[in-house]
Design a protein around this ligand. Structure first.
Ligand SMILES: [Zn+2]
Length: 60
């Protein structure tokens, strides 16, 4: 997990999900300043819990 709150670089094919080794497709930028990246299955799984914590979702 990255904790800086600067401008975010675009996700690339090199970005991996924080929870598995799949390609990351979406970054969640949190109100806390942290960031998490997810593959599609994990995004679907965690989005309901992430929603109140997330300032914005950035899709690749
Ligand atoms: Zn994943």
């Amino acid at each position: 997990m990255i904790t800086t709150d600067g401008p975010t670089a675009p996700l690339t094919a090199a970005n991996r999900c924080d929870l598995c080794e799949s390609k990351a497709t979406t970054r969640a930028v949190l109100w806390s300043g942290g960031q998490l990246v997810f593959c599609d299955p994990h995004l679907r799984q965690y989005r309901p819990r992430l929603f109140p914590l997330t300032r914005r979702f950035e899709a690749r």
